[in-house]
Ligand binder design. Sequence first.
Ligand code: PMV
Length: 305
Amino acid sequence: MRASAPGKIFLFGEHAVVYGKRALVTAINLRCFAEVRKRYDFRISSPLGITGLDFEKHPYISYAIKRFLEVRKISGADVQVESQIPIASGLGSSAAVTVAVLKALDAEYEANLSNEDIYELARQVELDVQGIASGTDPFISTYGGCWLIPERKPITIPSLEFLVVDSGKKSITGEMVKRVAELKEKFPGVVGEIMDAIDEISQAAIATIPQMKLNSKLNSKLDSISSLMFINQNLLRAIGVSIPEIDEIVDQLNSMGVASKLTGAGGGGCVIGIGDVESMKRAKEKFKSAFIVKPEKEGARIEEE
Ligand code: PMV
């Protein structure tokens, strides 16, 4: 069976969501595909190589299989993975691969798991690999759509386009989350206030996002989102998860009229940007590696063979 699951972007609220604060997150139209066939032992093949169960080279896939074994005893499986989502880039590739593999295992071995079961298993896998995590990525990858987290409030998002620019450095989620936790332990009051401010940003954004249109330059909704992105980026910078490469991209995009911030854990990974049609076009021409993503409604699904 072949299954897929989408990646995601944090519009607002990464890191704060780890502490129960609100985040606004949408699935995107980039997917990870997993094909599972019955086999006498375990074989995992991905762009990273071919292995058996290997918790170093294929941690998310191997833990996904381990967690699946707790609900369904199987002696082996052939798991093949390919992805449209760049790895370690803040676009949710780890959760997408985990959810896609669980969905394909479920279908191939008729385990009859609900979406919530798949989410719960994927959440465990995220904790197995990362130690601390909010569960946002596996949730969005399983269900698709745009949500206010942790409330699980679905948000109607118009068909916006987001520019994505890769900083060229990898983002290691577990490491960044740990670093923020250490800073918070050292300065609980200061970092706590920053998390509260980020929480307010997500709340303010949900009043604006559903009415956004990107065809006009004089657009007060876009202005509001731009300001919120600017503040959120600078708060992320304040807790040490931005890097000079990201700051440089953000500054350039902002100066071109494209509001921007990092997305995901930071320390590397991608910047997202949003602006009117003309500014987006100019920014895309400037950053050769930039690409466009759109919000995606559909979560994990079985693909036609
Ligand atoms: O870097 P990503 O795409 O895995 O996102 C991490 C988001 C954090 O809020 C930093 C961690 C989490 O578990 O929510």
